[in-house]
Design a binder for this molecule. Structure first.
Ligand SMILES: Nc1nc2c(ncn2[C@@H]2O[C@H](COP(=O)(O)OP(=O)(O)OP(=O)(O)O)[C@@H](O)[C@H]2O)c(=O)[nH]1
Ligand SMILES: [K+]
Ligand SMILES: [Mg+2]
Length: 399
């Protein structure tokens, strides 16, 4: 029997089993079995590179966004509108068969937008180009789930299920469960709060299913069995998702209003060019990019050319910024001067561990190099970057 058939069989057994206290352990075990099989399913076939032909697109720019959706919801139309790169659009399904990259220029950053083939129910099991599409989604910083506003609300759930089946977790943070495999010592199980979804016995059974007999487990939140399995599997990808309802030109205003009020959702019409600005600003907000400008001594920074970091990929400390400029720079840095929202006063003298925020300006002071304006730290005020005063109005300094 193939892996997919075995998954189907276990799913059928789960559907047959009544949910109650007595069956809870058995159901938990079945969930773990399915998770293990799904992980097997994800392993690329022997001898293949994994990506698949037409899907090996090199990362470019400051972040990557993937367009995921059913066929003919308007993904390609949207890529063409936002990036100017033409991607074939037509009224028939599966017009797009490969991954088409474009670039969005926004707030002085470059964001790679990827158009992809439509995916269908069963994609996670390999139907259509589902696997390749999902692999690209996993490599992205943000998913734009494109939906047809005139079609059933159920599409959003079906797609979410497909993505979850392959280990993607949309708009969720990793469960607060500490888990560490050990060589000896058995299983130590603890929690910092009362647990209402799982108990020690259930967790033991799941660990047993994974043939784990020595481990330390600490629940720091009231997590579920599914959360625990996610932590054991360890290969889940937590990714942000914005739900984009396209084609609002063909539905009534009341329906548009309803969709627009859902969390993480933006309603648009490519045909009428409606609300595309809102989509871009939502995308920007969710990506959490941090732009940092270099201020050469005695000069204004180049505000069109920031160094860009991602808050989700670990944010930006002064040391990351220095490494970004030059790999060997860090050993020569005495301290840096920082203007912007992360600074308590202008300019603030900061060390390598200082965490920078979006639109901060940094001047590096090297060892054996005099700081601008002589020795007095406040003298450098006179050459504060021009845009800082504008920023202060927008985002007042923290005290
Ligand atoms: N009414 C309406 N139609 C639209 C809108 N945006 C796109 N379409 C139409 O929807 C159809 C499908 O558009 P595509 O851009 O090819 O859709 P896709 O999601 O890329 O489709 P596949 O590549 O086949 O998965 C085309 O006929 C478009 O003209 C819109 O805002 N309103
Ligand atoms: K199409
Ligand atoms: Mg397309």
């Amino acid at each position: 029997m193939g892996i997919i058939e075995r998954i189907k069989e276990i799913e059928a057994e789960m559907a047959r089993t009544q949910k109650n206290k007595a069956t809870e352990y058995h159901l938990g075990q079945l969930k773990a079995k399915i998770a293990k099989l799904r992980t097997q399913l994800l392993e690329p076939p022997k001898g293949s590179s994994g990506a698949g032909e037409g899907f090996e697109v090199t990362k470019f720019g400051d972040g990557r966004v993937a367009l995921i959706g059913f066929p003919s919801v308007g993904k390609s139309t949207l890529l063409t509108m936002l990036t100017g790169t033409h991607s074939e659009a037509a009224s028939y399904e599966f017009t797009t068969l490969t991954c088409i990259p474009g670039i969005i220029h926004y707030n002085d950053t470059k964001i790679q937008l990827l158009d992809l083939p439509g995916i269908i129910e069963g994609a996670s099991e390999g139907k259509g180009r589902g696997r390749q599409v999902i692999a690209v989604a996993k490599s992205s910083d943000l998913v734009l789930m494109v939906l047809d506003a005139s079609k059933s609300e159920g599409h959003r759930q079906i797609l979410t299920k497909e993505l979850e089946a392959v280990g993607l977790r949309l708009n969720k943070r990793p469960p607060q469960i500490y888990f560490k495999k050990k060589k000896t010592g058995g299983i130590s199980f603890n929690s910092t709060l009362p647990l209402t979804h799982v108990d020690e016995k259930l967790c033991y059974q799941i660990l047993h299913e994974y043939k784990i007999h020595n481990a330390e487990v600490l629940f720091r939140e009231d997590a579920t069995v599914d959360d625990f399995i996610d932590v054991i599997e360890g290969n889940r990808k937590y990714i942000k998702c914005v739900y984009v309802y396209n084609k609002i030109d063909v539905i009534g205003i009341d329906d548009v209003d309803k969709l627009a009020r859902q969390p993480n959702s933006v309603v648009i019409s490519c045909n009428l060019k409606l609300n595309l600005d809102r989509l871009l600003s939502k995308m920007w907000e969710e990506m959490g990019l941090v732009r940092v400008y270099t201020k050469p001594q005695g000069q204004q920074p180049d505000f069109s050319d920031p160094a860009v970091f991602s808050a989700d990929r670990g944010g930006c400390m002064v040391k990351d910024f220095c490494n970004h400029i030059h790999r060997n720079l860090i050993k020569d840095v005495k301290y840096v001067l920082v203007w912007g929202t992360s600074a308590r006063h202008y300019p603030q003298h900061c060390g390598l561990g200082h965490v920078l925020q979006d639109e901060d300006v940094v001047q590096i002071v090297k060892k054996k190099e005099k700081e601008e304006g002589g020795r007095g730290r406040f003298k450098s005020h006179s050459t504060a970057p021009a845009r800082i005063s504008d920023r202060e109005k927008k985002a007042p300094l923290k005290t």
